[in-house]
Design a protein around this ligand. Structure first.
Ligand code: G
Ligand code: G
Ligand code: MN
Ligand code: NA
Length: 254
């Protein structure tokens, strides 16, 4: 309850920040974009991670104004990135279940994209399997609307739901994110290695791109590259970091 009360105040007092975690194209090793990950600078507790406050925000309804803030901030960034050396960068934003199923998302996105003059293809929205399956028909309609605008859609935590294959049939998407639970044991667990390789092949034969999350070792990266995984994200490449640091990293790598 204490955190919940403080959360509303935190939004008013601008205590949230977007950290960025680089996403790497495996064939070229280039940074092709980033995932935006929320952080809360609590005046007494210090940095609080989303695992602690997103569930509370979701429960209390704060996730709607907070989610709007995240999208607004993401669009401001994409606008700023129309500069030389940054204009190729894609930005992925996490959507919560409540955001997906409320009526406000599409109008808000339309306003944001228009007022910032952004190429919709540079914005990617990540939806978890479990969020999408809370209301499959509604999610299906939402994803069609998003993609008709040219916005990219990724299924987050792929493989952790109860019927991942039926999502591929039901939902129109651009990319799947292989959950780090499968990546973690690629080297030690032959079953995980087979599942990951088969998931990549399946996605490609459906015309989808694949990103692997939670990549921590060179052996994991090499395995994924050998299996033609398109992109990767994880501590091997970089941890989530402040925006300025990410931009400096991209510029230094060019
Ligand atoms: O940044 P990690 O480091 O701790 O993120 C933990 C979890 O919080 C992830 O599952 C991520 O999807 C979720 N998360 C991070 N930022 C956001 C956000 O802006 N909106 C939503 N809905 N979830 C987020
Ligand atoms: O939205 P999602 O659940 O995918 O959010 C990514 C989460 O994974 C964030 O909490 C982020 O900090 C975390 N993360 C990113 N890279 C790694 C990694 O290489 N290893 C581990 N253990 N966690 C990671
Ligand atoms: Mn995510
Ligand atoms: Na994930």
């Amino acid at each position: 309850l204490m955190l919940e009360n403080r959360l509303w105040q935190a939004l008013e007092q601008n205590e949230f920040e977007l950290y960025l975690q680089p996403q790497i194209e495996l064939a070229t090793q280039r940074i092709i974009g980033a995932e935006a990950l929320l952080r809360w600078h609590h005046p007494e507790l210090g940095m609080v991670g989303p695992d602690r406050f997103i569930p509370i925000a979701e429960e209390s309804g704060l996730i709607l104004p907070l989610g709007d803030w995240v999208l607004q901030r993401a669009c401001t960034l994409l606008h700023a990135w129309r500069a030389p050396g940054l204009s190729h960068l894609r930005l992925a934003v996490n959507l919560s279940a409540r955001q997906c199923h409320g009526p406000g998302l599409l109008p808000h996105l339309d306003r944001m994209l228009l007022s910032h003059g952004i190429d919709p293809a540079l914005l990617e929205l990540e939806i978890t399997e479990s969020a999408a399956m809370q209301d499959p028909e509604r999610s299906r309609a939402l994803l069609i609307e998003l993609r008709s605008r040219g916005i990219k859609v990724a299924i987050d935590d792929f493989g952790t739901g109860y019927s991942s294959l039926s999502y591929l049939k039901l939902f129109e998407i651009d990319r799947i994110k292989i959950d780090r639970g499968f990546v973690k044991d690629i080297e030690s667990d032959p079953n995980d290695a087979v599942i990951v390789a088969a998931t990549i092949a399946l996605a490609h034969s459906l015309g989808l791109e694949v990103i692997a999350e939670g990549v921590e070792t060179e052996a994991q990266r090499d395995f994924l590259r050998a299996k033609q995984c398109d992109e990767a994200q994880g501590y091997l490449f970089a941890r989530p970091m402040p925006v300025a640091q990410f931009e400096a990293m991209v510029r230094a790598a060019e």
